[in-house]
Ligand binder design. Structure first.
Ligand code: PEP
Ligand code: MN
Length: 346
C-alpha cells in the first residue's frame, strides 16, 4: 500500500511498559503509518484481567510523539480519560466498541469534548446495531467535533465462526450509505482475532473502498499482555501492507463494479452459511424421523414449503421459475441427507 490516500494506524493493543511502547514505535517509524495507537485504559469483558496501565502510560506515548514524530491516539471511555489525553497532547482518540454500545457513556465522552477540536474515531458497537453506531457518531458530532471517522471492528456473535468478531460487511456498507461523509477505517485485528486472517480482511476492506486501516502491532506479539493471538510485528505489518492491492478507483464505472462485486462475494458467503445452517437443521429432523421410523419424504410438508416460499419469493420480485428450481434443489439435498441418516445401521 503505497499511497497517501489511506489512513494507517498501528501500534500495540495495550501500552504495557515504557520499553514495549518505545520498541514497537521504533519498529514502525520507518513505515508509512499516520498514527501510533496503544490502549491505556482497557475495557475487559470480564474482571480480573489486565485493565491497562492507566495514566502512567501517558508520558510513554508523549515520548513516542517526540522521539519518532508519530502522531498518537488511544481509546477513551469516560470524561476523565478525555481530560487526561487532551492535557497530554494526543492527536486523536477513539470510542471503543463496548462504549459505543452504551449511549450514556458516549454522551459523557461527548460532553467532555465540548469546546475542543480533536479527531475522534467511533468503533462499531459490539452488537450488530447500525442505529447505535450512527447515534454515537451523532452524539460526538453534536458536541461540536467536526473530524469524525468510524472503525469497523466486527460484531459479537454466539456462533462459532472463523472470526473473532463477525465482520457483517453489510452493516458498514449500510453505514456508508447513510453517512457517506464519514471516513470508514477497518480494524482487521479485532475482526480476525488471528494473524493469518489479517491480509484477507484488509484486502476486502480496500476493495470496498475503505479509507484506512487500524492494525495491532507489537514488538513481541507472543508475549503481549492483551490480544496476543492477533498482533503482528512491525516487519510483518510492512509485508502485509506491501501485499495489499490498492485498486485504481479513478474510473467511476470500474470503481462501482469493483465495489458491487465485493458486495456480491459477501452475499455469496452469507448464502453458503445459511445453506449450511439449513442443512444442519434438516439433519436433526432426519434423526427424529429415524427414531419414529417415519418416511423421509412427506408430501404435504413439501408442498407447503414450496408454495410458501414461491409466494414470498414473488413478493421479493424473484421469478417463480427461479424460486421453484432453487427450492427443489434445496429439498432434494435435504432428502439426500436425511436418507443417509435413515440408512445408517445405528
Ligand atoms: C482495542 O482496540 O484494543 C479494543 C479494545 O478494541 P474494541 O473496542 O474494538 O474491542
Ligand atoms: Mn486489542
Amino acid at each position: 500500500m503505497t499511497n497517501g490516500r489511506h489512513t494507517l494506524i498501528a501500534g500495540p493493543c495495550s501500552a504495557e511498559t515504557r520499553e514495549q511502547v518505545l520498541e514497537t514505535a521504533k519498529g514502525l517509524k520507518d513505515f508509512e503509518i499516520d498514527y501510533f495507537r496503544a490502549g491505556i485504559w482497557k475495557p475487559r469483558t470480564r474482571p480480573g484481567e489486565f485493565e491497562g496501565v492507566g495514566s502512567e502510560a501517558l508520558p510513554w506515548m508523549q515520548e513516542v510523539k517526540d522521539s519518532f514524530s508519530l502522531k498518537i491516539c488511544t481509546e477513551v471511555a469516560k470524561a476523565k480519560h478525555v481530560e487526561e489525553v487532551l492535557k497530554a497532547g494526543f492527536d486523536m482518540i477513539w470510542v471503543g466498541a463496548r462504549s459505543t454500545a452504551n449511549p450514556f457513556t458516549v454522551q459523557e465522552i461527548a460532553e467532555a469534548l465540548k469546546g475542543v477540536q480533536i479527531p475522534v474515531m467511533v468503533k462499531n458497537p459490539t452488537n450488530p446495531d447500525l442505529k447505535l453506531w450512527l447515534g454515537a457518531v451523532e452524539r460526538i458530532q453534536y458536541a461540536g467535533i467536526n473530524n469524525i471517522s468510524v472503525i469497523h471492528r466486527g460484531f459479537s456473535t454466539y456462533q462459532k465462526t472463523q472470526f473473532r468478531n463477525n465482520p457483517n460487511w453489510q452493516i458498514p456498507i449500510d453505514f456508508r450509505q447513510e453517512r457517506p461523509d464519514i471516513p470508514m477505517i477497518c480494524d482487521p485485528s479485532h475482526i480476525g482475532g488471528r494473524t493469518h486472517l489479517l491480509q484477507e480482511i484488509a484486502q476486502k476492506a480496500l476493495d470496498l473502498k475503505y479509507d484506512g486501516l487500524m492494525i495491532e502491532t507489537h514488538c513481541n506479539p507472543m508475549n503481549a499482555w492483551t490480544d496476543a493471538k492477533q498482533q503482528i510485528t512491525p516487519n510483518y505489518l510492512n509485508e502485509l501492507l506491501s501485499n495489499l492491492i490498492v485498486r485504481d478507483y479513478s474510473e467511476i464505472e470500474a470503481d462501482e463494479i469493483q465495489q458491487l462485486r465485493a458486495q456480491i462475494n459477501i452475499k455469496d458467503e452469507e448464502l453458503i452459511q445459511i445453506l449450511k445452517d439449513r442443512m444442519a437443521i434438516s439433519e436433526k429432523i432426519g434423526y427424529f424421523k429415524k427414531d419414529r421410523n417415519s418416511a423421509v419424504y412427506q408430501p404435504t410438508r413439501w408442498e407447503e414449503v414450496l408454495r410458501n416460499n414461491v409466494i414470498k419469493a414473488m413478493d421479493a420480485q424473484l421469478s417463480d421459475d427461479f424460486s421453484k428450481e432453487l427450492f427443489k434443489l434445496i429439498h432434494q439435498e435435504s432428502i439426500r441427507i436425511q436418507s443417509e441418516i435413515l440408512a445408517k445401521k445405528k
